[in-house]
Design a protein around this ligand. Structure first.
Ligand code: ADP
Ligand code: AMP
Length: 214
């Protein structure tokens, strides 16, 4: 089963992708996580993309397209995968789609988690992440058991640099300008499923599972 999770930054794509990955035993692929890992380990790619992430801008299409196509060709993706944060532009969607078509494959579900901007600002500013294992929390909606300590690996959680108020606003503008056109693109293609993302984490998960099947 191949799934794309769409939605604004902070809509809850990653939160749901982690749960879906566990349930369906397919990898969760977050392009944001891959880029952050590259930045942290100082790779050439990391050096090229750092300023874009810091400024809340999208990284150039050609960098993220090749990276994602290579990732889904790995053995662990044979039974499917969940893409979180990709595609974010129409050229990304088109190029990815043609790469899949060349291999006789297609995406099965495109899930759009819809959340109004007011909730997004609250979600991103309350988000805390573990840079060690990638787990995501929210200070109010999904707190850690011990304050500021990751439940999964015991390291200290932190506010992502791009979750600071000035960058959150920029990322929302970028989302509306560059990523939202994808909703029309996929609606016309007829395989977009819209989910009310203002509900609780478990309710959203249950409504996605209803669509994907047990
Ligand atoms: P995205 O991957 O779309 O950027 P995340 O999954 O990281 O978003 O979620 C953003 C923040 O909102 C996190 O702090 C997460 O814990 C919180 N969150 C996710 N889903 C919900 C929800 N349904 N209700 C309230 N908070 C949520
Ligand atoms: P995310 O973790 O999905 O919120 O992504 C964090 C940042 O990584 C974004 O603000 C972009 O700078 C970059 N990024 C992640 N995925 C993409 C993508 N598909 N296209 C362009 N930039 C991306």
């Amino acid at each position: 089963m191949k799934i794309i999770m769409l939605g604004a930054p902070g809509a809850g794509k990653g939160t749901q992708a982690v749960k879906l990955s566990e349930k369906y035993c397919i990898p969760h692929i977050s392009t944001g996580d891959i880029l952050r890992t590259n930045i942290k380990s100082g790779t050439e790619l990391g050096k090229r993309v750092k300023a874009f992430l810091d400024n809340g801008q999208l990284v150039p299409d050609e960098l993220v397209i090749d990276l994602t196509i290579d990732r889904v060709k790995r053995d662990d993706c044979k039974r499917g995968y969940i893409l979180d944060g990709f595609p974010r532009t129409i050229p990304q969607a088109q190029e990815f789609e043609s790469a899949l078509e060349n291999d006789g494959e297609k995406i099965d579900y495109i899930i759009d988690i819809e959340v109004p901007d007011e909730n997004i600002i609250q979600r991103m500013s309350g988000r805390r992440t573990c840079s060690h294992c990638g787990a995501t929390y929210h200070i109010l909606h999904n707190p850690t058991k011990i304050e500021e300590i990751c439940d999964s690996c015991g390291k200290r959680i932190e506010l992502r640099d791009d979750d600071k108020p000035e960058t959150i606003k920029k990322r929302l503008v970028v989302y509306h300008e560059q990523t939202q056109p994808l909703m029309d693109y996929y609606t016309i293609k007829g395989n977009l499923v819209k989910i009310d993302g203002t509900l609780g984490i478990d309710e959203i998960f249950n409504s996605i599972v209803e669509i994907l099947g047990e």
